[in-house]
Design a protein. Structure first.
Length: 221
């Protein structure tokens, strides 16, 4: 499975978002990661569907939308309609009924929408195993969700390795995405553990040279 780089918009300069999105696209980014936070599930507020709608026709990159919100099933349709290609929700924000609704919605959309499931660093991998065959992506948080610029938590690496092994045993071609404290050094460790989608915010957008940062990150994995 090809390794992919997903610059996280939360670390971009919001005064010139269109320009920065175009720079990461031209630099070879594979996805654009959009962290949606509601101030309830996590102690921070970012942006909503209007921002996605305003950027959708400015980029050909797939929009990888990470919903760090309560009751995400209420908003999956809204974000799909404004251009999300991938929507990842948190296991900790959904009960089984809510997750079932989200997966049923994905089935209605066929190939037009992919659904991911994210877990926090302290959430056990066993919690999401029943969903693996219905998902398109698993996102393992490598920091506590809520704020950009946090330090990578190396204790999450065994969880990535374990999930990678489980997927091999089940013969599932399911991408493992990592998000939080990702830079060339930590990305290399995650890649060795089995991750293949790398969300990077500060290490790209606040590097001083976005193009060079993406090159170095890709070289590391």
């Amino acid at each position: 499975m090809k390794n992919k780089i997903a610059p996280s918009l939360i670390s971009a300069d919001f005064a010139c978002l269109e320009e920065q999105v175009k720079i990461v696209e031209q630099a070879g980014a594979d996805l654009l990661h959009l962290d949606v936070m509601d101030g309830h599930f996590v102690p921070n507020i970012t942006f909503g569907p209007l921002l996605l709608e305003s950027l959708r026709d400015k980029s050909k990159l797939p929009f990888d939308v990470h919903l760090m919100i309560d009751n995400p099933e209420r908003f999956v349709d809204v974000f799909t309609r404004v251009g999300a290609d991938i929507i990842t929700v948190h296991y900790e924000a959904c009960d089984n009924t809510q997750m079932k609704k989200i997966l049923q919605y994905r089935e209605q959309k066929k190939d037009a929408l992919r659904i991911g499931l994210a877990i926090k660093p302290k959430t056990g991998l066993e919690e999401i195993l029943p969903y693996l065959e219905q998902l398109d992506i698993v996102l393992i948080m490598t920091v506590e969700p809520g704020f950009a610029g946090q330090s990578f938590l190396p204790e999450v690496l065994p969880k990535i390795s374990k999930l990678h092994q489980i997927l091999k045993e089940k013969n599932l071609d399911l991408p493992i995405e990592v998000d939080g404290g990702i830079n060339p050094q930590t990305a290399k460790r995650c890649a060795s553990a089995g991750a293949n989608i790398f969300v990077a915010g500060n290490s790209i957008f606040r590097s001083g040279d976005i193009r060079e940062a993406i090159y170095e990150l890709r070289r590391s994995i």
